[in-house]
Design a protein. Structure first.
Length: 216
């Protein structure tokens, strides 16, 4: 029984660690959409699986390793949600593969896609004529976001986590100064105050971090 007790304890602690991380970091790591979620799952699985049957690693050491890994993931998630450069480094950057009706072949290849992959993704979104595409972006998770000419509603936010989305700004031919002025005109201090901002029919709809500041 003395042999199995540490294994049982490690299994229980590992299960609790998985549940805690999923609840703390959100459900995204159940279906990873970025590199950090994938690495988090791989390493956490390796930590739990690699130490359960290793008698030389005590239960206390196992807990310390789990705590350290959890802290690292929390730090990285905080950085990427509050710093545009950190987000680019950790998650990578979306790649513009079609700009104003022209396919950027180098960008498509850099994104690990073929011509067949690109055209298939376009067909999935019922786009059959590249010349009608104002901008198409391959996101970090491999999904293709398309903005067609005449489409006034980009399918992704113009502001997220207090940061401007430069791909949307470029697609609507505006810059960060314009967006900052739009946010200030709505009564907020700046882009950093906004949790998510949507661009709909030429207008900005904002959801601030502080819900009490949100306009009714």
């Amino acid at each position: 029984m003395s042999f199995y007790l540490p294994i049982i304890l490690k299994l229980g602690i590992g299960l609790i660690a998985l549940i805690v991380q999923i609840n703390i970091f959100g459900k995204g790591n159940l279906a990873p959409s970025n590199a950090l979620d994938q690495v988090q799952n791989y390493v956490l699985g390796g930590i739990i699986g690699g130490t359960i049957y290793t008698a030389t690693i005590t239960v206390f050491q196992f807990i310390i390793v789990l705590v350290i890994w959890t802290l690292w993931v929390m730090i990285l998630k905080f950085l990427k949600e509050h710093n545009h450069l950190a987000k680019k480094i950790i998650d990578g950057t979306p790649k513009v593969v079609i700009d104003r009706g022209q396919i950027d072949v180098d960008a498509v290849v850099m994104a690990g896609q073929s011509a067949s992959d690109l055209m298939f993704k376009l067909r999935e979104q019922e786009v059959y004529d590249v010349s009608k595409v104002k901008r198409a972006v391959i996101e970090q998770n491999g999904q293709l976001t398309v903005i067609e000419y005449g489409n006034q509603n980009p399918k992704y936010p113009i502001i997220y986590d207090g940061q401007a989305n430069f791909d949307v700004l470029d697609a609507i031919d505006q810059d960060e100064d314009w967006l900052e002025n739009q946010v200030i005109a709505e009564g907020y201090a700046g882009i950093n105050d906004i949790f998510v901002g949507e661009y709909i029919q030429g207008k900005i709809r904002l959801t601030p971090y502080n819900q009490s500041d949100q306009k009714k």
